[in-house]
Design a protein around this ligand. Structure first.
Ligand code: AKG
Length: 303
């Protein structure tokens, strides 16, 4: 008869199953967790989204593109709550993040994509800034298969190891007074990402296109350069959900803090958290359709 497993045995088994992903995150800057979500859950959530968008057609229809697809939708999980299951039921991803954070992982914000983003390679850290730094992960769940045609996620392998730039010197090109930095400065964002692109090229780093399958999850390091590969067939969808995660209670700042290293900031998040299926997420009230620059309140949606 087998001896009963002790808590220590269970902990060791869990640690060994996440070790590979932890190592990949540290060495490559990203990891793919194959089939970390059941395919039928992804189908239910995708089909549920289509029903939800029809039920709320007065909000959705003015926001679609010429192919009838929605671009980036911020924080849709606050209104269409089944999306939160892509977090709470993602045991392997949660184990990796809880381990690396050494704390409970929570959702700060999210992006829902019906099609690829074709977004230029960038680091998220100027926008998801924490103190201490880099207490953040990007977690990308595939709700359908991706391939070269529908604009998969792209990551520069090893790019997270490029040392941080002299951010204050960069900011001083645009601001005499660092206290005046615009949290959403597009000039500063671009200057930083351009420098990152030059450094990736100088080091001969290559961009990998991650053609993952429905149910796979990608986690990227807070400093990983990543973006959306070009979409070769704009008629195709690429349903996916990105969660921006932090340890519980950690506040997130933007460029006015990222580029101003000595700026005094609070270490307590000012928002509350709600719980679903035993996991917590920041309780905000606004949902944004980014491409159209339109914002709605959670209460504007029929559930
Ligand atoms: O999903 C994508 O195509 C890109 C996602 C991304 O770059 C981001 O969320 O920061």
């Amino acid at each position: 008869m087998m001896n009963q497993l002790t808590d220590e045995d269970t902990q060791l088994a869990c640690l060994s199953s996440i070790r590979r992903h932890v190592n990949e995150l540290m060495t490559d800057g990203f990891t793919i967790i194959p089939q970390s979500l059941p395919g039928d859950l992804c189908d239910e959530i995708r089909e549920g989204f289509i029903r939800f968008s029809r039920l709320n057609s007065e909000i959705f229809i003015p926001n679609d593109d010429e192919y009838g697809h929605y671009g980036r939708i911020i924080n849709l999980h606050l209104a269409y709550k089944p999306l939160i299951e892509l977090f709470s039921r993602n045991c392997a991803a949660l184990a990796v993040m809880d381990y690396l954070f050494g704390a409970e992982t929570v959702i700060y914000t999210s992006l829902f994509y019906e099609r690829g983003s074709a977004q230029a390679i960038h680091r998220d850290s100027p926008y998801f800034t924490t103190r201490p730094e880099y207490k953040y992960f990007g977690v990308w769940a595939a709700l359908e298969d991706t391939d070269e045609g529908n604009g998969p996620l792209a990551v520069v392998k090893g790019g997270h190891l490029i040392p941080e730039f002299d951010r204050e010197a960069m900011a001083r090109r645009y601001y005499d007074n660092l206290d005046k930095i615009d949290p959403a400065s597009s000039q500063l964002w671009q200057a930083y990402q351009d420098e990152l692109g030059r450094e990736c090229a100088r080091r001969g780093l290559t961009t990998e296109t991650l053609c993952v399958k429905k149910g796979d999850t990608i986690i990227w390091h807070p400093q990983a350069p990543h973006g959306g590969a070009p979409i070769h067939d704009l008629r195709r969808t690429r349903f996916s959900f990105v969660m921006h995660t932090t340890p519980i209670g950690v506040p997130v700042y933007h460029q006015n803090v990222f580029f101003h290293l000595s700026k005094p900031v609070s270490d307590a998040a000012p928002w509350e958290y709600a719980t679903r299926n035993g996991r917590r997420y920041a309780k905000f009230v606004e949902i944004g359709f980014m491409e159209r620059n339109r914002v709605y309140r959670v209460d504007d949606f029929h559930a």
